[in-house]
Structure formats: structure tokens, C-alpha cells
Write a protein that binds this ligand. Sequence first.
Ligand SMILES: Cc1cc2nc3c(=O)[nH]c(=O)nc-3n(C[C@H](O)[C@H](O)[C@H](O)COP(=O)(O)OP(=O)(O)OC[C@H]3O[C@@H](n4cnc5c(N)ncnc54)[C@H](O)[C@@H]3O)c2cc1C
Length: 394
Amino acid sequence: MKEEKYDVVVVGAGPAGSITAKTAAEKGLDVLLIERNAEIGVPVKCGEGVSKEIERFVDVDPRLICAVFKGHTTYGPDGTKVTLSVDDEGEIGYVLERRLFDKFLAQEAARAGAEVRVRTRAYGIIREEGYVKGVYANSAGEDIRISADVVVGADGVESRVGRWSGIDTRLRLADVATCAQFLMCDIEFNREYCEIFVGEEIAPGGYAWIFPKGGDGANVGIGIGGDVSCENHRASDYLKAFVNDRFPDGEVIAKMYGAVPLSGPVYETVANGLILVGDAARHVNPFTGGGILYAMQGGAIAGDVIANAVHEKNFSKRRLMEYEKRWRKEFGKVLDVGLKIKNTVLSLSTQDQNKFFHALAGGIRTKGFTERTLLKEVIKKNPRLLFSLARMMF
Ligand SMILES: Cc1cc2nc3c(=O)[nH]c(=O)nc-3n(C[C@H](O)[C@H](O)[C@H](O)COP(=O)(O)OP(=O)(O)OC[C@H]3O[C@@H](n4cnc5c(N)ncnc54)[C@H](O)[C@@H]3O)c2cc1C
């Protein structure tokens, strides 16, 4: 079997993997980024909405943006409308073209010095004396033994790297949203706001969304709880019903199906010689289902910590725990609070969900927008329901 050696091998070229690879390569490390698919960013499995906070991590080229939006409009089960916007009515986020965005991030990693290899699938890990020491991969038909001081599991929701290394990343059905999404055109919708629809009838255990994609196009999708999905009641069935009801004359340009981990972060995201980032670490806000920002934020922290570990030649779990401490400090609380809010809202009867939305009716206006401000406002306006959460968050 062919043998190769790097400081770091990153498995998966989504946002988490590419930012990890870029950050580590910028700090002088010898990095290999592998992707099982032939084309990075394809197939797209995402609603592609992201807040402007993304600019903290990357300069977003306008060519990677399909639409900008001024806020979110959410409809409760009885149709109660809650609009979230900012004081100056400015734009708060983008709907990306992930097909291009993911490629752009991988290019950034390559420009920083990382080697990027597509059609290369990791199928096992190398273990030596209690340490993860690399991966076995198949690259366009050829088996390779890739040794590395640190392996990064950036292999998304289906992640296996963590499990191979002994970290329990299993997800309960109730902790996964199964999703279906159509890229539609020739439809009428609010082009300035992302719209979200909540309710058992539309999307049990989840929600439906319409995210503008530019002009008369939009990502129209539905995510439902994995535990409620069954024959004739799959996300695709609910999506067809939603689309037939709202856009009977619209055209479907593309269809996609995927899953979002809504469990909150895995208990441990590091082991000797191993770090998990992005969806593999379950770094998704369980309330909003958004994971792009956390994948990038976690990736930047991971790349930095790995660089320090390589310079110190210390790849122990103890050394790599710096990554865990830093992501918990930067966004751990937001994910924890998101999980509590999701569990609270899902445990409510339809009647109480309506009350939840009534409390927010009239809308939420904030100075600036971050996921943190959104959760804070939701909590503030539902003091009785979410009293306990407020103490956690502030
Ligand atoms: C329907 C849907 C809608 C969503 N909408 C939004 C949204 O609007 N906003 C938002 O912020 N988030 C959204 N998300 C979540 C978001 O897409 C993820 O959180 C984000 O992509 C995570 O990035 P990642 O790099 O961790 O994983 P991914 O983007 O999934 O990348 C993982 C990569 O690893 C590769 N890979 C897997 N196994 C291997 C292997 N063995 N060897 C080599 N490569 C491998 C995969 O091919 C993939 O390219 C949505 C998700 C879904 C499913």
C-alpha cells in the first residue's frame, strides 16, 4: 500500500474542514485535505442562509452570494407572524451559493499551502499506542496509508472518524432533522426576508423554510424530527404538500435530501491525535439548524490549536483539549441554550406554541444581529416559559 506522511490530515472539505486546513497551513503546517466527492461543494445539502457574522471568518466575494436578506419572518401554527429585523432595516445575512462557497474555502486552504485531494475517501484510522496516527484512504481506486500527527474529523453529519477513534457520536432519531429541499423558481414570496413556518401540520418536530435565492428563485425546504419520519410522512411528503399549497405553479429546478444533527455538541470533541469539527462535532444550533458559522469558527480554533500542538510536538488529548475549551467558551453556551429552547418549544402543545408566538408578535428589533441576540430576545419575550434559560445564558 502506498504510504504518505503529513503533519495534519483533514477528512472532509466542507466549511469546517477547509477552514481548519487553511488555518493550519497558514501557520506553516504540512496539511492534506481530503474529500470523498469528485467536486467540492456538490451535492449541496443546505438552505444556504447565514448571518453577516460570517464576515468575521472570511471576506465573502459577492459572486458567492445569491441574495441578501433583512431579517426572518416566522409564522406560528395559527399563522401568528413574528418578524426579526435590525433597527436600521439593514441587511442581516446572505443566502450563499454553497456550490461555489465551499470551493472558494477549499481554494483558500490550497492558497495557504494545504494539499487538496478530491475523490479520496477515508475508510479507517491508523492507531498506535493509544494515539490516532493517520487514516487509511482510497484515492480514485488506490489505497493509501496516510500518517499524520493529528487527524481532523470534518466529515459532516454522517461522521465516522469520531466513532472509529472511540468517541460516541451516535445520534438518536429524535436528535436528527431529516430534510427535503427544492430549489424553485417562478414563485412569489418575500424576497427581502427568510421565511419560516412552524406547526405540527406543516413540519412535525421541525419547520419549513423559504430562503430567497435571487430573483424569483428560492430554497423551499422542510425539516422534520427523525423520530416522526415514517412511510408517507417523510420530509419529502410534507414538502410536496407545502409546495402544492403555496406554489402550485412554481417550477422545481433541483431536489435535495439531507440531515441536520440537533443533539447539541458531542460530549468530547478531542482524543489523542484527533479533533472533530463542524457537523462531525454536532456544532449546529439545535434551535435554528444553522451550522455553517460554527463549522467555520470551530475550524479556525482547531487549526490554531493543532499548529501549536505540532510546534510543541504534543498531540495528547490533554494538549488538544485547548480546542474544546475555546469552542465551548466562544459558542458552547449558544448551542446549549439553542438545545434547551428547541426542547422546550417541541414539548409544547400546539396551543402553547401559539402562546409562545403571541408573546413575540409584533416582531423583534435588535441593534445588530447574531444568533445570540436572537435567542436573547426570544427568552426576554417569554419570561415565564424560559425563565430558567435566561439564567444559563446571561
Ligand atoms: C437541508 C439542510 C439545510 C441546511 N440549511 C442551513 C442553513 O440555511 N444555514 C446553516 O448555517 N446551516 C444549514 N445547514 C447545516 C449546514 O449545512 C452544516 O452545518 C454545514 O455544512 C457543516 O459543515 P461541515 O464542514 O461540518 O460538514 P459538511 O458541509 O457536511 O462537509 C463534510 C464533507 O465531508 C465529506 N466526507 C464525509 N465523509 C468522508 C470521508 N470518509 N472521506 C472524505 N470525505 C468525507 C463530505 O463529502 C462533505 O463534503 C443545513 C443542513 C441541511 C441538511
